[in-house]
Design a protein around this ligand. Sequence first.
Ligand SMILES: [Zn+2]
Length: 276
Amino acid sequence: MRILLSLLAGAVALFAQGNADWHAAFPAFKVAGNLYYVGTADLAVYLINTPQGNILINSDFEEDVPTIKKSIEQLGFKYGDTKIILISHAHGDHDAATGIIKKDTGAKLMIMDADVAEEQSTAKGRPGAKVDRILHDGDTVELGGSKLVAHLTPGHTKGCTTWTMQVRDGARTLNAVIVGSPNVNPGYILVGNKDYPGIADDYVKTFAVLKSLPCDLFLGAHGAYFGLKAKYQKMKAGDANAFIDPDGYKAYVAERDSTFRKEWERQKQNAGTPAK
Ligand SMILES: [Zn+2]
């Protein structure tokens, strides 16, 4: 019993801290064209550089802002040139610092409709940041000749957003996909969820959307989704195409889809079993 309790305490502590990579610095680098990585070793932040200023996707936690700022400056850009802030979804590891960055830079915060209430919430761990533009599925965000498309990929949160962008890289154009999150977190209720009745159907929709997106550059809200560290090493070793991974993207979406369906099936079975 004591061992079990200490294991549980350990698991809770680990969950509260998150992954060790969450707050670890990571080298800033160019993914392709005007798309850059300025996040931590796992919490991805992307910068799109344009002649009219920069777009940031994700803010991470408040404590990660100095790391992000340093990365932006190491690339030769100015933190103060941040004009637009976008997010993958309204969870603290991606958006807790949106209010701080907005205050620091005067950037406009643009959020998918169904995540707006969470974004503006002042509950513990929520940014309480005023949303300047409410986005809807398929809306575009444009700045200085760059255009991002907001795809509603709900389930993980109601307004979870997958961003796509055509990146001009030299003579070629690459389709970038920044996955919002296809994950069913521990404790998520897929059957009989009173707060989110349509959650399972939303995941089904999300996987259909993800499967439909053309993808060259496979990216996402966490580095772990797309193998950030290994691909960065490959790039450092001279492979200019390290982040071009259409097959990896397809395999990832298929694996996440099957994991979701197994969990959904498991919960349906349990729901059908009368309580003893
Ligand atoms: Zn999340």
